[in-house]
Design a protein around this ligand. Structure first.
Ligand SMILES: Cc1ncc(COP(=O)(O)O)c(C=O)c1O
Length: 381
């Protein structure tokens, strides 16, 4: 990097946007828990904050780093990913239509179905595995909002964000991208044309399975964005200062954590592709994956730490493999430093569209050889 060009994303994250406390010189921010902020005798505010529900210096610091990392106009942190998602959906007028993938984060999909029943916001689900399905659904439905995930959880189909933005904008819709599994170190959805980028910050952005948080960031200011801000302020769904501070700490190591998880996931995918007890390995980093070409363009710094194994047989066979694992932890969630395994069909219940023999792996930063050995032993005959 030339000395006078802006710092790379890795440097920006490592230094929390070159944070140095102007009063003390501290290289990490203090936690500011205040819920209210004093005024001068003139009644002018002393600082920029008014009341904790609308924002706070610690929250603002974490939002500033994420906005810089996403090349966003602004970022807002919520008390969970679902709180951020619900705020975005809440902005839609009654009678709106939303296009979203048929397999996506099931909580978001449940929420959309519920809005369909309660608020006449009609969700239309498309098959992310079919490259023509999104454009056709947008043409057909004329939605107000297109909500996509890429890669799609837990089949890891890759949706072309640039193409989705152009379809959505031609139809007068906004595009929101859930980029939880492809953080800005590898994909910058706003640069690819999305209007909003969303993260369950509970996952990679924090990375240590100890904060529940959500993030929504906008490419530009708009009435739509002001409405999301208004809703967060009045619904009180902002992230609390201590959690924001932990998240800021997690963000500083995002680049190295993600690189390590990507390397481990790739090693696992390559090792188990063609294994006698594995029907298929679903990982966008494999050249055999149908979305590999788009992933190469869109995931510029690693294909992620998430992959799924279709175990030969059915649900019982997948659950038996899961039960034999000793290093992978049987738990829901993803994006932490520890590796997790999940039988999604069990988690999502009888209505789930996820294959019954699918095991989802969230690959952490342990030694790749240990993870491979654990899976090898669990997949024995
Ligand atoms: C892809 C994706 N989006 C959204 C969410 C919801 O986020 P949270 O659990 O932080 O509310 C999750 C949670 O698992 C997720 O995996």
């Amino acid at each position: 990097m030339a000395r006078n060009s802006p710092p790379s994303l890795a440097s920006l994250l490592a230094q929390a946007d070159h944070f140095i406390d102007p009063e003390t010189g501290a290289v990490t921010p203090a936690i500011q828990p205040a819920t209210t902020f004093a005024r001068e005798t003139t009644y002018a505010l002393i600082g920029e904050h008014v009341y904790g529900r609308y924002g706070n210096p610690t929250l603002g610091q974490a939002e500033k780093v994420i906005a810089a990392a996403e090349n966003a106009h602004e970022a807002l942190l919520f008390s969970s990913g679902m709180a951020g998602f619900a705020a975005v959906i809440e902005t839609l007028p009654t009678g709106s239509r939303v296009v979203a993938p048929r397999i996506m984060y099931h909580g978001g999909q449940d929420w959309l179905r519920r809005m369909g029943e309660k608020r006449d916001i009609k969700p239309h689900f498309f098959d992310a595995a079919d490259p023509g399905a999104l454009g056709a659904a947008i043409d057909d439905v004329k939605p107000q909002l297109v909500w996509i995930e890429s890669p799609v959880n837990p089949t890891w189909d890759v949706i072309d964000i640039e193409a989705a933005a152009s379809f959505a904008h031609d139809a007068g819709a906004k595009l929101a991208v859930d980029s939880t599994v492809a953080p800005p170190v590898t994909t910058r959805a706003l640069d690819l044309g999305a209007d909003l980028v969303f993260h369950s910050a509970t996952k990679y952005l924090n990375g240590h399975s100890d904060v529940t948080a959500g993030c929504v960031a906008a490419r530009e200011g708009s009435q739509f964005w002001d409405e999301i801000k208004y809703l967060r302020g009045y619904m009180g769904s902002h992230l609390a200062p201590f959690e924001a501070w932990l998240l800021l700490r997690g963000l500083r190591t995002l680049d190295v954590r993600y690189a390590r998880a990507c390397g481990n996931a790739m090693a696992i995918a390559e090792h188990f592709e063609g294994h006698r007890n594995v029907e298929a390995v679903l990982y966008p980093g494999l050249p055999s994956h149908p979305g590999h070409g788009i992933a190469k363009r869109q995931m510029t710094n690693g294909f992620g730490g998430m992959l799924s194994l279709l175990v030969k047989g059915g649900a019982e066979d997948a659950l038996r493999v899961c039960a034999r694992l000793e290093l992978f932890v049987r738990a829901t969630s993803l994006g932490g430093v520890e590796s997790l395994v999940e039988h999604r069909a069990t988690i999502e219940g009888p209505e789930s569209a996820v294959p019954k023999n699918l095991l989802r792996l969230s690959v952490g930063i342990e030694a790749a050889d240990d993870l491979i050995a654990d899976l090898d032993a669990a997949l024995r005959d």
